[in-house]
Design a protein around this ligand. Structure first.
Ligand code: ADP
Ligand code: MG
Length: 226
């Protein structure tokens, strides 16, 4: 099992009596590709932050790669995330004044396993396969197009060969053409690395790429009161 949640509830401290997440069980198998959608403000990003150990549940157990996040301290959770979980967001994935190579090297620095590290030439070679030229690889990423930035974000998220990739609405700022390039390159990379994928999006035209389509409202046992 790649991800497993049992009796998890979570509420933000400023509204302690109203859990955003109340999930009895939810699991994702190894190498499964899950498309998760649901209403805006429903708690999708919150759930992703729980799975990556950025947020802690009020109660319940979250296992990632059969490791219970509750049994780790903060430093251990940070290290676990750096080594095992990749993350791609809607935007602001990259540090804009650093170039692509530097952004990717930064991700490598957070992992302890230096044997996995790939040098500058190797990074450029991977970027080339994502249609990022050597010239663009050394330009500040803030100067590149959003399509290029999102493709670099794939490389950065995957450079430490994480077993789990979490993508939070990664295509919503892309036009149709860049969305298609992004999806095919993402799917190729995760199939090469046998990665489990949890992908949040509103774009139902993408669902054919996935093994399973879940809505948060189905897995959240919490009953809406509005
Ligand atoms: P989604 O990703 O499905 O749009 P979110 O997980 O971002 O939903 O948000 C779920 C709910 O939690 C929303 O009502 C949002 O306003 C609230 N929320 C999100 N982040 C915080 C926070 N840091 N503090 C308090 N409330 C938050
Ligand atoms: Mg969100």
């Amino acid at each position: 099992m790649s991800v497993y949640l049992k009796n998890v509830t979570f509420s933000y401290p400023d509204i302690p009596n109203k859990p955003i997440i109340a999930i009895e069980t939810w699991s994702v198998s190894k190498q499964e590709k899950v498309f998760l959608h649901g209403r805006s403000g429903g708690g999708k990003s919150t759930l992703l932050n729980l799975i990556s150990g950025i947020l802690q549940p009020d109660v319940g157990e979250i296992l990632v790669l059969n490791k219970n996040l509750r049994q780790m301290n903060n430093a251990e959770r940070d290290k676990f995330r750096a080594n095992h979980i990749g993350y791609i967001f809607q935007q602001f994935n990259l540090i804009p004044y650093l170039n692509a190579v530097e952004n990717i090297q930064l991700a490598q620095r957070f992992t302890k396993d230096t044997s996995k590290s790939i040098g500058e030439l190797g990074i450029k070679k991977i970027l080339n396969t994502f249609h990022i030229s050597n010239t663009d690889s050394i330009a500040p990423t803030g100067k590149l197009s959003i399509g290029q930035q999102q493709r670099i974000a794939i490389v950065r998220a995957m450079i430490n060969q994480p077993e789990v990739l979490i993508a939070d609405e990664p295509t919503s700022s892309l036009d149709e053409m860049n969305k298609n390039i992004f999806m095919s390159e993402l799917l190729e990379m995760i199939s090469k690395q046998n990665t489990t994928l949890i992908f949040v999006s509103h774009d139902l035209s993408l669902t054919h790429n996935f093994d399973r389509i879940d809505t948060l409202e189905e897995i959240n046992s919490l009953k809406e009161s509005h």
